[in-house]
Write a protein that binds this ligand. Sequence first.
Ligand code: NAD
Ligand code: TYD
Length: 360
Amino acid sequence: MQQDNHQIPRNLLITGGAGFIGSNFVYHWSKSYPKDRLVVLDALTYAGNRNTLVNLENNPQFKFVQGDICDRTLIDNLLESDNIDTVAHFAAESHVDRSILGPGAFVQTNVVGTFTLLEAFRQRWNQREQPQSHRFLHVSTDEVYGSLQADDPAFTETTPYTPNSPYSASKAGSDHLARAYFHTYGMPTIITNCSNNYGPFHFPEKLIPLTCINILLGKPLPVYGDGQNIRDWLYVEDHCRALDVVINRGTPGETYNVGGNNEVKNLDLVQQLCELMDELAPNLPVRPSKELITFVKDRAGHDRRYAIDASKIKRELGWSPQETVEGGLRRTVEWYLANQDWWQPLLSDEYKNYYDQVYA
Ligand code: NAD
Ligand code: TYD
């Protein structure tokens, strides 16, 4: 069913494809559509990792380019030389805590970078006489909708934007640009707003990998505030499947919310991870690992609750998540146990410096 509209091979430009979700998407797409050509453009910031894509290095359908999405000349050249018809735009500064420490990079990459890509794609699309099969997928977040109270209904595609962090504000700005390029120029942009992802290749600074890694190292597990904030967790493979159906069957100009229907309080999530680690990891420095849980100062402007109503993408495109939170967390813990070679080198001096600033 997913491949109905996919008879002609596509040439994709995947920005941010060396990051967490982008790399999972690259693997998903190369497996699902082996005839398509995949060009990954990634600046390899602290969050980008070339090793993540090592299994594709010898695949003739795959090309990696290190570069910045703000570099208009580079983008123009890539769109032309690789005859790109589909952009899957993941590249972003993505961590809320870093946006509190330094918002400038977020405005630059998320707003100016997205604008640069949209402009380059518009020029190319016009030169090629506006093919309707072209797509510009803008991958965004549920955080643009702001924060929910305990009894509020989940975010829908028409929930007003009320971003609260420099991260979500910069993503909101980029969403508005992507939307405007459809309404003003008719360019076939589609926006997805997704809830919190988790799974393989997640950078150590985010709650789930941070908890797994700190348990293995016997370090405190920092829980912000009272630990009662709620996130709606989605296994990353389910997100990639959603993006696949949106590219192949979504309607240009539309927005699709993507979520796991898995609302969990942070403290409960950390406790579940502790139990899984106690069960699966040999020789933990501290056991039971729950003893490591430490309440720390709350994040500034910390959104209380996110929840996604994903009924539109289910109704219109037939997508729904396949992984449960229990199954997904188990797979994730097993992955971090089996792939210490992937995450150990990421605990660099830069990371330690960042860590000290946030958790001091
Ligand atoms: P990530 O931080 O793991 O990866 C971002 C990637 O973008 C990195 O590889 C980085 O090197 C690259 N990058 C950063 N600045 C760049 C630039 N100027 N030019 C080129 N490349 C650059 O992020 P992620 O978690 O994979 O998120 C990917 C996208 O999905 C983001 O747009 C994010 O807003 C969105 N999103 C994330 C989540 C989540 O839970 N992680 C949820 C919903 C939406
Ligand atoms: P995070 O993984 O940073 O994702 P986001 O802020 O985009 O939702 O954080 C998930 C939740 O976990 C969020 O409510 C903040 C909280 N959190 C902690 O309690 N401790 C931590 O050390 C981190 C990184 C996050």
